[in-house]
Design a protein around this ligand. Structure first.
Ligand SMILES: [Zn+2]
Length: 96
């Protein structure tokens, strides 16, 4: 049917119109609490990333939604990339 062909063409143009757009769905990060051993997903706004001069002073932190503990974990290069790419607030501890 020529009708289905037309709608197919329209689908393609809609897809390309959105091709440059990033998903607007909020990014969720999987995290675990060493205190209560809870596992949960956190929004980017619930996490903080601190980048120090070395990997030893680079960490991310969040407050456990289950027990309220302040959790701080070392962040490797991959995690830093993931968190900054996901819109997590980043604090640079060392002077550039
Ligand atoms: Zn906890």
């Amino acid at each position: 049917m020529s009708e289905s062909t037309a709608s197919g063409v329209r689908d393609i143009s809609v897809a390309s119109a959105f091709a440059g757009m990033r998903s607007v769905a909020p990014v969720r990060f999987r995290a675990g609490c060493p205190d209560c051993r809870g596992a949960f997903e956190l929004a980017a706004s619930a996490l903080r990333l601190a980048i120090g001069a070395s990997s030893r002073t680079t960490f991310y932190s969040f407050t456990c939604p289950d027990c309220g503990a302040a959790v701080r974990k070392p962040a490797g290069e991959r995690i830093v990339e993931l968190l900054t790419g996901g819109g997590v607030r980043t604090l640079r501890l060392h002077a550039p």
